[in-house]
Design a protein. Structure first.
Length: 147
């Protein structure tokens, strides 16, 4: 559950892993460390769930639940929400790996270690992807905001 941050989704992953293990039960006798094997199977299911979630489209992002500073005027809040909506759309234009890392970081709130666990990407490469993704988003935002 630590990876998924959702008890129901974690239970689904455990159930899916158990089904897969049951379907391959004839090969389980060959496994030297069955407990570690089972834990790895559950972890992989959880990582697959994170990857699927990380590929969300802009339409799945509910910006109305994002807290904005309370000192904004109604006009400024509307502008900020429009900017958020545009940013979510622009994330979809990033390269697939950049998009995955930026979504996990910015939209899901994962830190680099959690992103590394979810994607198998090295910490150094995550920093590079985040930096390039953010730079590309700034560039796209400037172009599209002035339209």
């Amino acid at each position: 559950m630590m990876l998924l941050r959702d008890e129901d989704e974690a239970a689904d992953c455990v159930q899916d892993a158990l089904i897969r293990l049951w379907e391959s039960r004839s090969r389980l006798a060959e496994i030297e460390k069955p407990e570690a094997y089972c834990l790895t199977a559950v972890k992989r299911q959880a990582l697959d769930a994170i990857r699927r979630r990380g590929r969300m489209q802009e339409s799945n992002v509910d910006i109305s639940n994002i807290d904005l500073p309370g000192s904004l005027t109604p006009h400024d809040e509307a502008v900020a929400r429009d900017d958020l909506r545009l940013a979510c759309q622009l994330i979809g234009q990033l390269a697939p790996r950049q998009r995955e890392v930026v979504e996990l970081s910015a939209l899901s709130g994962y830190d680099n270690a959690e992103i590394a666990a979810a994607t198998g990407i090295s910490d150094e490469n995550i920093r590079v992807l985040l930096s390039r993704g953010r730079s590309r988003l700034r560039e796209l935002f400037r172009k599209n905001r002035n339209r």
